[in-house]
Design a protein around this ligand. Structure first.
Ligand code: 5GP
Length: 243
């Protein structure tokens, strides 16, 4: 339990108010799958996802992408800017996988897409985060046309930065999910987390170093090994070893 008022508790995180403009994002040792139906304790996962998120946010900031990241001192907590979140999940795909194949089985699993696909999903547990069209976003006022263009451009830029970085470590970025929020000036920043829970990454042997391990029926231990392996491959020291 951190100091400060608990603002929000989700499946994998708690968010506390640090001050008017700053939040603390605490990553829980819990893993869920199947829309929260499968829930398990996962000791070590919080630290791993906090460390992975800090690594990816620092990388993005170093390449000129504006994010909500402020700081990380180890442990399971990130300090981030307080934003008004846009209830849209942006998914960028480089290879066909997951819900893309479910939606359209014509795609061969893990076939490379001619160019990356950017998808928008309305963030709603009740509706299971349905795929929506850019027109839906504009018609309902979820984002303005200018904001939608920015989100599309920034998401593709994030894809370039993450893909090229992972390639340096012999890893392939299959797809990932981003969320955006507006600061007090209405500026859109990349927010939430970028971790083993929100990306799909495979090694040269096609092994998943992400949550897919658990979604496919693997154990919590398998999941922790996958996330630890990803962290180790990226040179992140989380202070414990399980690989
Ligand atoms: P898919 O739509 O194929 O299930 O997921 C595409 C990518 O977005 C995957 O990397 C997956 O981890 C991520 N993703 C999609 N929806 C969610 C979500 O509701 N929560 C989280 N944490 N990640 C998601």
């Amino acid at each position: 339990m951190l100091g400060g008022q608990l603002l929000y508790e989700g499946k994998a995180k708690r968010v506390y108010v640090k001050d008017e403009n700053t939040l603390l994002m605490e990553f829980k040792d819990v893993v869920t799958a199947l829309d929260g139906v499968k829930v398990s304790q996962a000791p070590g996962k919080g630290v791993l996802n906090a460390a992975l998120s800090a690594f990816f946010f620092r990388l993005l900031e170093s390449r000129g992408v504006n994010t909500h990241f402020i700081g990380y001192d180890g442990g399971r907590v990130l300090t981030v800017r307080r934003l008004k979140m846009v209830p849209v999940e942006v998914i960028v795909r480089n290879y066909a996988y997951g819900s893309l194949i479910k939606r359209l089985p014509l795609y061969k699993p893990l076939s490379k897409l001619g160019k990356p696909i950017v998808e928008y999903h309305y963030k709603s547990d009740e509706l299971h985060d349905p795929l929506i069209l850019p027109e839906d976003i504009l018609n309902t006022g979820l984002m303005s046309g200018e904001e939608l263009n920015t989100v599309n451009e920034v998401s593709l830029r994030v894809n370039e930065v993450l893909s090229s970085e992972l390639v340096r470590y012999g890893l392939t970025l299959v797809d990932f999910k981003l969320e955006f929020g507006r600061d007090a000036n209405g500026r859109l920043l990349v927010a939430d987390e970028i971790s083993g829970d929100t990306i799909r990454v495979i090694d040269a042997e096609g092994r998943h170093l992400d949550k897919e391990v658990f979604r496919k029926g693997g154990s919590v231990e398998d999941l922790i090994i996958a996330y630890s392996t990803l962290a180790r491959r990226l040179g992140i020291n989380v202070g414990f070893r399980c690989t």
